[in-house]
Design a protein around this ligand. Structure first.
Ligand SMILES: NC(=O)c1ccc[n+]([C@@H]2O[C@H](COP(=O)([O-])OP(=O)(O)OC[C@H]3O[C@@H](n4cnc5c(N)ncnc54)[C@H](O)[C@@H]3O)[C@@H](O)[C@H]2O)c1
Length: 161
């Protein structure tokens, strides 16, 4: 049976590419997009595999919702984030709620639902291509371990091959 992956932030730049990659590798993908009243799926609107995935619309700031979407999932790739630095200066609370509390919600929900490969979370700050390379490798590993390496460089917006 194919592995079931949840990708949060699938409507984003990295998440949409990861969605394409995991579908190509035979995963059943649940793709989380942030709810909006236009039913807009962001970057996910443009992926060719749109019909082969389950698209969920919601918000990681809601712990109950996180618990709901991590059910029946083997591996979670958590890519939801607010990334714009200028806006974080004027509205910092929402960054804490999304990036910190939202990540905590997903981790706790994954743990509560016994998600096989999100018992631990690896926090990445790295270049896009490096992230995709590691995501591919970790999706095949038995376990993830917690690691935060602040020495790694900042991410860059690059082409994924
Ligand atoms: N873009 C890069 O080159 C790059 C490189 C390395 C690492 N990263 C990291 O990868 C992650 C994703 O980056 P990205 O460039 O894809 O960002 P992005 O802004 O394109 O995607 C993030 C997505 O998260 C969603 N989101 C925001 N708040 C949400 C919420 N409360 N609930 C649910 N969804 C929500 C947004 O709709 C957005 O589509 C970030 O942690 C970023 O730091 C990005």
């Amino acid at each position: 049976m194919s592995k079931r992956a949840l990708i949060t932030g699938a409507d984003g730049f990295i998440g949409s590419h990861l969605t394409e990659m995991l579908v190509a590798e035979g995963y059943q993908v649940k793709a989380l997009t942030q709810y909006n009243s236009f039913n807009d799926w962001g970057w996910l609107e443009d992926v060719a595999c749109k019909d082969g995935i389950e698209v969920l619309s919601g918000d990681v700031r809601d712990p109950h919702y996180c618990k709901h979407i991590t059910k029946n999932t083997d591996i979670v790739f958590h890519l939801t984030a607010l990334i714009a630095i200028p806006y974080s200066y004027v509205a910092p609370d929402i960054y804490v709620d999304t990036n910190i509390k939202g990540t905590l919600n997903i981790c706790q929900a994954a743990r509560d639902n016994d998600v096989e490969r999100c018992r631990y979370v690896r926090y990445f700050t790295m270049k896009t291509a490096e992230f995709i390379r590691r995501a591919r490798r970790y999706s095949r590993q038995a376990d993830l371990e917690f690691q935060y390496d602040p020495r790694r460089g900042k991410g860059s917006h690059g082409q994924i091959s």
